[in-house]
Ligand binder design. Structure first.
Ligand code: SF4
Length: 431
């Protein structure tokens, strides 16, 4: 942003605030939601002689946290539906540091600047990325004791994307596609997690991957992972990239399958390219957006193809880019409605929950190389010797013994789940 430096005129001390965003149970990369943007900004500010301090509102506040007299407060934002957490951070700033100028930046701020200002009550909204802090090492020292717990580093080798998918806001936040040829100078950890929106679209991707292969061979890095799915079209055009990804130490590759089941032959081709390069099918995941334009049945058809190919599914529940809340509760005892969270017109609350459940069970089957899933077996409610005996059975065989056996190869519509042991073992097999 061109006037970020204007905000810094006369500023001596900057407080960086990471709001108390909810923790994700699903992704270890998000486990601690490292505020990498703030850490990079801190490095930039320090290079200009400005003192910085970080407060992570998820952590317990220390007395010393308030012992700072900032002129400027920078608060980060992520998804629009985490707007409340950003508002709480602004309220916190206004209460404890009333003289400081409060600025919100990040994804929500960039997607809905006016709404962000009105909703949070901040003094200013900083739209887009701060270019001055792009090619800079993050200031991990701000994390204090947390620093030693973080053994990975988040990196961006590109910003923006070459595509414009309907459900994605990248083109608004990062409208220009910018690529780096090298990231060597930024590396401070052995494990790298790429937060690029479309890593393979980087025009220098071959050079970049070759650099990573060298860094891996010389043990500067140990492994890499891409947070986003690889662009299958690019992989099909240049299958050699899969070999370079493998040599560079990439793990758990993901491919995106956002469109119709009719494109299944292309997905298979992309999976074959990854397998040919040495990745195991069960370590590959296919990203699928659900609760969006394709209905439940088509998503299930896609999931079944994935099972036949032996790959996992990474489900991604659609939320509109302009919705400020998401109170979906995976443990809700009662059905939830559109009031609680976005339910697309062609989906129901039951289908959303069922698809999530199917994906979880599907992934357990893939990881354990089993032809069926059983809740009773997972919860160790079946005697161990029976469990072992059943393990290698086909679904057709095991359903004679386990009434809760779930078949990953069929469309599993919403239904009531069974809960007691007697419900799981079919008659004649009850203990
Ligand atoms: S390819 Fe990915 S990052 Fe690019 S527009 Fe589509 S969803 Fe967004």
């Amino acid at each position: 942003m061109s006037n970020f430096n204007d905000l810094l005129k006369g500023v001596r001390k900057v407080l960086l605030i990471d709001p108390a965003f909810p923790l994700s149970r699903k992704s270890h990369n998000h486990a601690d939601l490292l505020p990498v943007g703030l850490l990079k900004i801190s490095s930039y500010l320090k290079s200009r002689g400005i003192e910085t301090k970080l407060i992570r509102l998820r952590n317990q506040l220390l007395k010393s946290d308030l012992d700072f007299d900032p002129d400027l407060i920078l608060i980060t934002s992520v998804f629009t539906y985490w707007a409340n957490e950003v508002k709480n951070a602004v309220d916190f700033s206004k209460l404890h540091f009333p003289k400081a100028f409060t600025v919100v930046g990040g994804v929500f701020a960039s997607l809905m600047p006016e709404k962000c200002k009105e909703f949070t009550g901040c003094d200013y909204v900083n739209e887009g990325i701060i270019l001055e802090a792009e090619d800079i090492k993050p200031d991990y020292s701000l994390l204090g004791e947390d620093e030693s717990k973080i053994d990975y580093q988040i990196v961006h080798s590109s910003r923006g994307c070459v595509r414009k998918c309907g459900f994605c806001g990248v083109y608004k936040i990062e409208p220009t596609f910018k690529c780096k040829k090298s990231i060597q100078e930024e590396i401070i950890r052995k494990k790298l997690i790429f937060y690029d929106n479309n890593l393979l679209a980087n025009e220098y991707i071959e050079e970049l991957l070759k650099e990573l292969v060298e860094l891996k061979n010389s043990k500067v890095i140990s492994r890499c992972e891409s947070q986003s799915g690889f662009d299958g079209r690019i992989l099909r055009q240049n299958p050699n990239l899969a070999t370079l990804l493998k040599e560079a130490g990439f793990v758990n590759p993901k491919l995106a399958w956002d469109y119709s089941v009719k494109s299944h032959k292309k997905r298979k081709e992309e999976i074959d390219i990854l397998v040919e390069a040495g990745f195991k099918p069960k370590d590959i995941s296919i990203f699928m957006i659900y609760n969006y334009d394709l209905d439940f049945v088509e998503l299930e058809e896609k999931r079944i193809y994935c099972f036949k190919w032996g790959v996992q599914v990474s489900d991604c529940r659609y939320r509109p880019l302009n919705r400020l809340d998401d109170n979906y509760n995976p443990y809700a005892k009662k059905p939830q409605s559109n009031e609680d969270y976005h339910i697309n017109h062609n989906w129901s609350d039951e289908e959303v929950r069922q698809f999530r459940r199917n994906v979880r069970q599907h992934n357990i089957c893939v990881r354990h190389e089993m032809a069926y899933y059983s809740n009773a077996a997972e919860r160790k409610k079946i005697p161990k010797e029976d469990s072992l005996k059943f393990r290698s059975m086909s679904f057709e065989e095991v359903k004679n013994y386990l009434s809760d056996a779930w078949n990953p190869l069929e469309i599993n519509y919403p239904k009531h789940t069974k809960t007691s042991l007697d419900d799981f073992l079919v008659s004649g097999e009850k203990k």
